[in-house]
Design a protein around this ligand. Structure first.
Ligand code: UDP
Length: 322
């Protein structure tokens, strides 16, 4: 197959490119390198990388015409980035997806769009089911512009499916981690791993009792490929994630322990971390029934295994920097 991966130089995108090239696909990457890095894919000789934005409709059209299928991962992501650059977040995420939908529909190319667990917002459900109501904060709290922009992407994709039978499927990714993820835009595990290895205090935001479930990127990307390959799953939304909740306080302790660090924990109020008026969600766990039934997905990698992989990767990167 000939495949386009938008955002292919990013953390998840680069792992997806690895998987696609390993099965013999010809892969094109469209990435503006805003948060992605060329180093993430330079080891993949079969990948052609075009450095441009999904907002450039002509480039998107030329590329879409050349391929059989498009994985659309390009987006402005990372809580820190979203809070600091709300205009960029809204425009990139909505206009970029609109362009991809328009062009893939024009040439009738198969499309997978990655969405996010953020769309569930701050609902208090024990687990989030694809059909649950969404609880999103007010518009003056910038964090929510990410959830709102990705929800619009989902609405639009499902509208294209309903009105034009455009072959599109949506993957709602929960917290995903693994090698090459950077902590620069707020992601907690690479941040903790780096702090621990440098023997700096681990910055736990708020009271640290908030929980998340972390999925390993190597479990997530094969699910994306299967969702794309299965023509009977079009027009549907699927959660992808892990079911092992951990509080940020417990996570920090585990990272310190597994990395043999001498760090301690520093509790940082949310206002100080993200600016005034920040809202976090207390718990976030996916219901994985739908994707389990559809493609037999079940997360394989435990949190301890994930932490060992990320700590080893961070150690390598720190050594390289030195
Ligand atoms: N967090 C933290 N310390 C950090 C970075 C993040 O305690 O240095 C917290 C953050 O407030 C959130 C959780 O870790 O409660 C997960 O944050 P991340 O940005 O990785 O993903 P989110 O689930 O917020 O999208």
């Amino acid at each position: 197959m000939r495949v386009l991966v938008t955002g292919g130089a990013g953390f998840i995108g680069s792992h997806l490119c690895e998987l696609l090239t390993a099965r013999g696909d010809k892969v094109f990457v469209l990435d503006d390198l805003s948060t992605g890095r060329f180093e993430n894919i330079e080891h993949l000789s079969d990948v052609t990388c075009i450095i441009d934005s999904t907002l450039n409709q002509e480039i998107v059209r030329d590329l879409v015409r050349e391929v059989d299928a498009v994985f659309h991962l390009a987006a402005t992501v990372g809580v820190q980035l979203v809070v600091n650059h709300p205009i960029r977040t809204i425009v990139n995420n909505i206009q970029g997806t609109e362009t991809i939908l328009e062009e893939t529909c024009r040439y009738r190319r198969r499309l997978l769009i990655t969405s996010t667990s953020e769309v569930y917002g701050k609902g208090a459900n024990a687990v989030f089911n694809e059909n649950d109501d969404r609880v999103i904060g007010p518009t003056h709290r910038h964090r929510w512009c990410y959830a709102a922009s990705k929800a619009i992407d989902e609405f639009l994709a499902l509208a294209y499916w309903r009105e034009k039978r455009h072959p599109v499927v949506i993957a709602r990714l929960f917290n995903t981690v693994g090698p090459r993820q950077t902590g620069r835009y707020g992601m907690v595990i690479p941040t903790f791993a780096r702090q621990a290895l440098l023997n700096e205090p681990l910055t736990v935001y708020g009271d640290g009792k908030q929980t998340r479930c972390f999925a390993y990127v190597g479990d997530v990307t094969p699910a994306l490929v299967t969702l794309m390959d299965r023509s009977d799953l079009r027009g549907e939304v699927y959660n992808i994630g892990n079911n092992e909740p951990v509080s940020m306080e417990a996570l920090a302790k585990r990272v310190i322990e597994r990395s043999g660090s001498e760090s301690d924990i520093r509790y940082v109020p949310y206002d100080q971390a993200y600016g005034p008026g920040y809202e976090d969600m207390r718990h976030r766990e996916p219901c994985l029934k739908k994707i389990g039934e559809a493609i037999g997905y079940a997360p394989k990698t435990s949190l301890d295994e994930i932490l060992d992989i990320v700590i080893a990767d961070t150690r390598n990167r720190l050594q390289r920097d030195v």
